[in-house]
Design a protein around this ligand. Sequence first.
Ligand SMILES: [Zn+2]
Length: 285
Amino acid sequence: MTDRGRQAVKRRRVFLISSALIIGIILGTISFGVSRLFTPKSDNNEKKETKSSSVSKTVKKIKKDESKSEETSSKQVTTPKTNGNKLNEKYSNLMLVNAKNPLPDNYDSEIRKDLVEIEPELRNNNYVTKIHKSVYPYITAMVRAAQADGVDLKVWSPFRSYADQKALFDKQVERYGGDEDKAATIVARPGTSEHNSGICADFNMADDAFEQTEMFKWLCEHAEEYGFILRYPKDKQDKTGVIYESWHWRFVGIEAAKKINKSGLCLEEYLKKNNIKQEVSVDNF
Ligand SMILES: [Zn+2]
């Protein structure tokens, strides 16, 4: 090998060694950087999470304590809470739903988006819990007012879906050996029950014994102030097509409820006498 050849080999070795060193330094730097980038940060996150969860626990505790004190104070205040929804004396809904005036086919699917959950402390049923949003401020204000008066009024059965109504009806049809007309005297056909409309409710219990309770007495005195009427009164079965139900109350509107009660008429009679015809439709809200 010539001198030039040896020098070339030497240069190549120097080049290779320095290249290896540079690559080593670069790799070392990257791995250090990567480890710094992830390891300590994840620790911080954990610490932050622990800290924030303890903060949220404290907030929850404070909120819980606040709601406790709210509960205590609400018992002393007799003014009904309306959740910021002011009750409108003039608002009314005189839609007549009965065996002759069934709800339209699209009603059940259309109304679902407008249903609101009634708070657990205002009801004694966990299966059916919703009411139409237009009635929500009135029914909740009414139940709160009764409770503030020391009366244990609770919503038992508000909105009932078409499917639930059908299941109830089919059960009666089966009981009467396929006789639908007979079944319809016990349970309304699907789409003809006011419960399918979302603007009425049964209170506490669907039982004749309700008439003897302080809840019934309170409703008779105050329900009209919140827009509700006793929908199926005594001695009106031939007009309503439904037996006397002390537990079933229908929202019509505050002004309308006062007028209907003053007239002594049931809803069917009142609408007929005053020539009021409101289409059975989702457009009524
Ligand atoms: Zn009812």
